[in-house]
Design a binder for this molecule. Structure first.
Ligand code: 13P
Ligand code: SF4
Length: 362
């Protein structure tokens, strides 16, 4: 990964000039360019996305753009890697700012996952399926592909885990402990049969007996954005607005999901609020840009954040209009800045785990 500095001039241009330049490149490149954007992206950027979606939809979209030479990803690094793996070899994927990482994805690395797998399989033998949340580096997806495992997103985690339990008795889920636990509960697995795996400790911090008795091993990782929502915030909101409904993302802590009226992926949250009757009231536990956008798009409903003071995905929002303009203008000269390339070996195995997920999501 080569960090290229963005020329200062892009920060000296006015917003209107930047918008004009972006529109100009889009018009010139036509179908050769596709811009994908995640729902958590800021409004000034997402307005230029040809398609927007959650992680599942964006991976399906990345796999289905045969006419595009360039895919510009206004999301985070793991999403751009996924797009590179799923797109055709001649297509080039770029991430306008390489600082747009994911704190959760950074909480698991291949060495630690391999060490943990060795420890787990020494105790449990061949009885485990690895599942990586899509919010992970490409080499972890490759690990899953090579070990009979699969990728999941928050949209399909319940069905993917269901599939995993048809294959083996136990699941090793990384890197989000909360999504793993919330999904396990949906499968009727008691929380005592899900153990938190701390990769810093021998045997994840457990005895061999505890490991033998567990059904799910939950990697000690989380999303610092969704983990911030608390039960006290929900209690406070319900006291102020008794008839409000609380909807949260399954990356939230178990106790928050339990207290909420309903939980589901980003796409599920959007669909649910879109379908709700006028006059309904919602407190939403997910990234703030999306919550604010929903509130703007549905003025006939009351839509507030469970925590209005923070909960921004600051890394995703590193991608700003100057970076998008700079990335696009370089493409006019076939200069691919911030080109995201997954090694051939990782791509081969990661694609197996991703295709398995896509097949199971149809
Ligand atoms: P989804 O887009 O799958 O809901 O995931 C949320 C998220 O944290 C994206 O990184
Ligand atoms: Fe990662 Fe959380 Fe941001 Fe999603 S919201 S990209 S999980 S840090």
């Amino acid at each position: 990964m080569v960090f290229q500095p963005i020329p200062k001039k892009y920060y000296e241009l006015s917003e209107i000039e930047l918008y004009e330049r972006i529109r100009g490149v889009k018009q010139t490149l036509g179908e050769r360019l596709v811009i994908l954007g995640h729902h958590y992206q800021r409004d000034e950027v997402i307005q230029f996305a040809d398609f927007r979606g959650d992680s599942l939809r964006l991976s399906q979209l990345a796999a289905g753009q045969p006419n595009a030479d360039y895919i510009v990803f206004c999301g985070v690094h793991f999403m751009a890697e996924t797009a590179d793996i799923l797109s055709a070899p001649h297509q080039k994927v770029c991430l306008p700012d390489l600082n747009a990482g994911c704190h959760m994805a950074d909480m698991a690395d291949l060495d630690s996952v391999e060490d943990s797998w060795e420890e787990l399989t020494e105790v449990c033998g061949e009885s485990i399926v690895p599942i990586t949340y899509i919010n992970s580096a490409a080499d972890l997806k490759a690990f899953c592909g090579a070990h009979g495992g699969v990728v999941c997103t928050s949209s399909n985690a319940p069905s993917i885990m269901g599939w995993a339990f048809t294959q083996k008795e136990k699941v090793f889920f990384f890197p989000d402990e909360h999504l793993g636990r919330n999904t396990g509960v949906k499968h009727g697995i008691p929380v005592e049969e899900m153990i938190l795996w701390d990769p810093q400790l021998d045997l994840g911090g457990h005895t061999p007996e505890e490991i033998e008795n567990a059904r799910i091993f939950l990697w000690k990782g989380n999303c610092p954005v969704h983990q911030l929502f608390t039960v006290n915030q929900i209690h406070r909101i319900r006291k102020q607005i008794p008839d409000i409904q609380v909807i949260v993302h399954p990356e939230c802590r178990r106790e928050v999901v339990e207290l909420a009226d309903i939980d589901g992926s980003t796409a599920f949250i959007i669909r649910t609020i879109e379908a709700a009757p006028a006059g309904s009231k919602w407190a939403v536990g997910t990234e703030l840009h999306l919550v604010r956008r929903l509130a703007k798009e549905h003025p006939d409903k009351l839509i507030i954040s469970v925590d209005p003071n923070m909960c921004l995905c600051t890394t995703m929002n590193r991608i700003d209009v100057p970076h998008v303009a700079w990335t696009l203008e370089n493409l006019l000269d076939d200069e691919v800045v911030n080109h995201i390339v997954v090694t051939e070996e990782d791509a081969k195995w990661a694609k197996i785990a991703l295709d398995r997920m896509l097949d199971l999501s149809n």
